[in-house]
Design a protein around this ligand. Structure first.
Ligand SMILES: [Zn+2]
Length: 260
């Protein structure tokens, strides 16, 4: 059976910590690296539901996209949601690893897979990192399609029925940018690269107005949907590399945002 250190080494290979943003908190955040692992759960976020699922299943390791703890933490008490979850996980002997923005930006990370899923070619980072790869991606479609057709493609790839859209449904798009999760700051780079459309997980109102003012069509599938698929792929990759470990993507986590 591999140890947490062995699995962490593969995760570091897939999503090198040097690609993470400065403000981020990535790597092994909780746990003993010498612990052996029989069960691992991947998830987008550690929530009461996903934490309970990992504990009930007897997982030794959670690989979560969003870090916990995320902010600098001086005390660990049950007064905060993060503290409560961490206390429960530690008591149950569950370690926590997060690659977050390193995984967003990695060569086979979330944004690369999203860009490939849309059928883009010549995919490159929107804001290249000095040590290779970088944040966001953009590329071109073989032939121009309408924004509405691109939306259909995105919905099929992510397995969702609805998304939010800024721009004219019939506008032609060929150069397309992607930024999973909350990545409003990448819109400027998409514009500079001449992209006619951009996929963001979510966007602030003023980012939507900025896109509209510049004729850039925006597709917003939701923060959850824009990243959750990658957590499922990651479970497959880990399971493939460590066949003796039972690896699954959390079956209990849900998008907290519902359509009313
Ligand atoms: Zn995210």
């Amino acid at each position: 059976m591999p140890t947490i250190a062995t699995i962490a080494a593969l995760l570091e290979e897939l999503a090198p910590a040097r690609l993470a943003e400065d403000w981020d908190n990535v790597g092994l955040l909780v746990g003993n690296k010498n612990q052996t692992v029989k069960k691992t759960m991947t998830c987008l976020t550690v929530t009461p539901a996903s934490a309970a699922e990992a504990i009930e299943a007897g997982a030794e390791l959670i690989v979560t996209h969003h870090p916990i703890p995320f902010i600098a933490t001086k005390r660990l008490t049950a007064e905060s949601t993060a503290g409560r979850l961490l206390l429960e996980l530690i008591a149950a002997g569950v370690a926590v690893y997060s690659a977050h923005t390193a995984f967003d930006s990695a060569g086979e990370g979330v944004n690369q897979r999203l860009a490939e899923g849309l059928g883009l070619r010549g995919i490159v980072p929107l804001t290249p990192h000095p040590e290779g790869q970088g944040a966001g991606r953009w590329g071109r479609l073989d032939v121009p399609i309408t924004l509405e057709e691109l939306a259909g493609r995105l919905k099929r790839f992510l397995g969702i029925e609805r998304l939010q859209m800024v721009g004219r449904a019939e506008q032609q798009v060929r150069a397309v940018a992607v930024g999973c999760g909350a990545a409003d700051e990448l819109l400027g780079a998409a514009r500079e690269n001449g992209c006619q459309a951009m996929v963001l997980g979510e966007a602030r109102f003023h980012t939507c107005l900025e896109a509209e003012a510049n004729g850039i069509g925006l597709l917003l599938p939701g923060h959850f949907a824009s990243e959750r698929f990658a957590v499922e792929r990651l479970a497959e990759v880990l399971g493939g590399r460590f066949p003796e470990v039972e690896v699954w993507a959390s079956r209990s986590e849900r998008d907290p945002l519902q359509w009313g």
